[in-house]
Design a protein around this ligand. Sequence first.
Ligand SMILES: Nc1ncnc2c1ncn2[C@@H]1O[C@H](COP(=O)(O)OP(=O)(O)OP(=O)(O)O)[C@@H](O)[C@H]1O
Length: 272
Amino acid sequence: MVKAIKIDNLKYSYDERPLFNDFNLEIDAGQWVALVGHNGSGKSTLAKLILGLLVAEQGDIDVFDERLTVETVHHVRSKIGMVFQNPDNQFVGATVADDVAFGLENIQVESSEMPQKIDNALTIVGMQEFKNREPHTLSGGQKQRVALASVLALQPKIIILDEATAMLDPDGRATVMETLQKLKKQFGKELTLVTITHDMDEATLANRVVVINDGQKILDGTPAEVFSQRKTLHENGLELPFANELAFHLNEKPDKYMDERELIQWLSTLNK
Ligand SMILES: Nc1ncnc2c1ncn2[C@@H]1O[C@H](COP(=O)(O)OP(=O)(O)OP(=O)(O)O)[C@@H](O)[C@H]1O
């Protein structure tokens, strides 16, 4: 099986405070991995190490069999598209189309090929009709879909989304997640997705969930396997997805008849 990302014996410290110590992770090409952990668990640091924005003290990172080094960092990075948390920090173009064009210009795509590539990328994320809009007039979810189109236009093998829905309202979050599901269907094994999140509902959409805390891998399995470990998740500051948490409580409760009002009141006490 081709490995999209292989991290071997990784060590990294901030100010001599070790965060990762002998950390290992392999991600198969075509997988959708949700990397989850509470705030400060090391998720963003791991993404920065994979992109070569931070340099490991020890250990190896391979991206599609290419070892990340000072010499290879630009080539390795060209295989990875990154979408960040804040939709407003990701725009450089005056219009949506300009924004997608910017990345293509950077990799010296012929100007005659640009319009087609821009249209294709925007169509995939359902934003083609907005191509002449100024980015600041879009909703948060639309902005993140444009950010995704800008990345997709460059045809990366891997896309890493670092808390890309954290600043969105529920509608925006839903549209971005739907877009990712569509992408995964369309590109299949050709696209590896890594979604960094602390939203467990989002993590349910991935094929594999890796839970990290204090730079350690705590759980690693399918969403069903990981979400069966309620106690471990709670110990690591994480909740089950809402539906699973509800199912858990419904299994043991309610042990008496409740009218609608009482049931709503009881439901509102869950997770507290
Ligand atoms: N530049 C830095 N200097 C010192 N410590 C840092 C730095 N960046 C991150 N850290 C620390 O490293 C740990 C991991 O941070 P990181 O941002 O990787 O976590 P995270 O899981 O992505 O958190 P969040 O969900 O809040 O983004 C935290 O304890 C954080 O305070």
